[in-house]
Design a protein around this ligand. Structure first.
Ligand code: SF4
Length: 386
């Protein structure tokens, strides 16, 4: 199994909290899409292939994820060009193979989901849509500089349902300045009313370099207090679990059978190929990342060169990666994946947290308990191999 990630770094406008790499200069979209397709050709052997020499060697891609930025800012023709290249390069031209074997997710902004875009989606391989809803308060959406309105969300979900998309994820945010617990509970209720299959929820972060961080520095906004933020998170967990969602990762909840397979591969050390400016790739021995500059990216690819940096992973780094990824999941870390040295280290370091019921051993795995989830950052810091 392996994943394919395609980065689309274009946004119609920038949200004040966002630290992702993207641009509002949409004029280079076609050149960029051409470069993406060329990069796929150049890196078609990056992922592992089957051992079966009697079969045509093929990568085991089972998830495809178009993220950004805003993939829905590309035209249907440009998206079609990307999907055609994926089929040619990774599926031997067999479109049905991709459609039947892959979870194909596309991140979309609610205001991009117009009737004509829905028509494109209906015939595309996309079978999962992830939408940045963030809040059901127009005041908060305006504060974030999001372009959609709260009243857009439900009709958009209905439109997606009408073309048979039965795997929809929404992103929510909590912990806005001055937000009360009751306001957050109302957002949770509105999200539940959409009856979507997947919900991701994050507390508002003040990332350095963003306009939101500047507002904080200039005392124009005040961070919510830690205790209220924790109560908001606990309320989220309780309400979503009571409504039948599995809490399968610290910030992610899914109806049974509807976990994000693509994101799960990041948490379970499954290889993935990232295509595009600033995209990351991982092949177990190393991770690498492309240059975070669209113009440099395009010009390198046009010359047949991949503009990347690479880090080779030693055992200690691989262990630390598991602490910060697999431990976030409900399965936790499978101890059999660790070397004797790291297994001994982990079990020694975890003794105190196990005694405090923050970590538990289940079968061959170690994982966070329900209580441990709320202090996961501190636990991970204790378990890191320095
Ligand atoms: S649309 Fe998404 S990627 Fe673009 S600025 Fe807003 S949060 Fe960032």
């Amino acid at each position: 199994m392996a994943g394919l990630y395609i980065h689309i770094p274009f946004c119609a406008s920038r949200c004040i909290y966002c630290g992702f790499y993207s641009t509002t200069h949409l004029d280079v979209r076609q050149q960029y899409v051409d470069a993406l397709c060329r990069e796929m050709q150049l890196r078609r052997h990056y992922l592992p292939t089957t051992d079966d020499t009697s079969a045509v060697a093929q990568p085991l891609i089972s998830t495809i994820y178009l993220g950004g930025g805003t993939p829905s800012q590309l035209t249907p023709a440009q998206l079609q060009q990307i999907f055609c290249t994926i089929v040619t390069v990774f599926f031997h031209g067999d479109d049905t193979l991709m459609r039947t074997h892959c979870e194909v997710t596309m991140e979309c902004n609610p205001d991009d989901i117009t009737p004509s875009f829905v028509q494109f989606l209906q015939h595309s391989p996309v079978n999962r849509v992830s939408m940045g809803v963030q809040s059901f308060s127009n005041e908060r959406l305006k504060f974030l500089h999001r372009r959609h309105h709260a009243q857009d969300i439900s009709p958009v979900v209905q439109q997606l349902r009408s073309i048979g998309i039965d795997n929809i994820s929404v992103d929510l945010m909590f912990g806005f300045p001055n937000q009360t617990l009751d306001e957050w509970k109302l957002d949770i209720q509105k999200a539940l009313a959409l009856r979507v299959e997947h919900i991701s929820a994050y507390s508002l972060m003040y990332e350095e370099g963003t306009p939101l961080y500047q507002l904080l520095r200039n005392n124009k906004v005040k961070e919510i207090d830690d205790e209220l933020s924790l109560t908001m998170y606990q309320t989220l967990v309780d309400e979503l679990k009571a409504s039948g969602y599995e809490h399968y990762e610290i910030s992610n909840f899914a109806k049974p059978g509807k976990r994000s397979q693509h994101n799960s591969s990041y948490w379970h050390a499954i290889p993935y190929l990232g295509i595009g400016a600033s995209a990351h790739s991982y092949d177990i021995q190393s991770r690498q990342w492309n240059v975070s500059n669209i113009k440099e990216y395009i010009s390198s690819i046009e010359q047949g060169e991949i503009p990347f940096e690479r880090e080779w992973l030693d055992d200690d780094t691989r262990y630390n990666d598991l602490i910060t990824t697999a431990l976030r999941t409900s399965e936790g870390i499978n101890l059999s994946m660790l070397s004797p040295k790291h297994k001994t280290y982990l079990l020694q370091q975890a003794e105190k947290q196990i005694a405090q019921n923050l970590l538990e051993i289940r079968g061959d795995s170690i994982r966070l308990t329900a209580q441990g989830l709320y202090v996961s950052d501190a636990i991970m810091a204790d378990l890191i191999y320095a």
